[in-house]
Design a protein around this ligand. Sequence first.
Ligand SMILES: [Zn+2]
Length: 137
Amino acid sequence: MGFISKLFGKKKGSEHHFADKPKCDVCDNSLNSSDGYVLTTEQVVLTTTYWEYVLNNQYSSLRSTENKEILFSLINQQSRQSLGWLICNICSSLFVFDKTKAKEYALKKMSPPNSGPVTPEKAAVYAFAAKNKLVKN
Ligand SMILES: [Zn+2]
């Protein structure tokens, strides 16, 4: 964890969204949890548009890197999250999901029952698809 956490900063999808000052797990902006949505790790990391956002914003240096190990470390870290992800209204447009249900979990400050880690190899398919798309454009 030490090396990776230094490389990529704070954990995502962690307990912090149940704190007094919750933040969006994608863009890091503050929000009221009742204004957001809670998604599962699977809903987040198995989405190409999520990885496009990540590679265009927080980790843009990984967009052009030939070093697949570094991108895979990030994929591994994001896929390992066991709790739900609090997502703000703006970032919610990156995902296709049941907004009514996801809002319910945000209001209850709960992780959806099917939250939990995803096999990093599955998420890697989406992350590398996003990377390839961005390299071509
Ligand atoms: Zn956001």
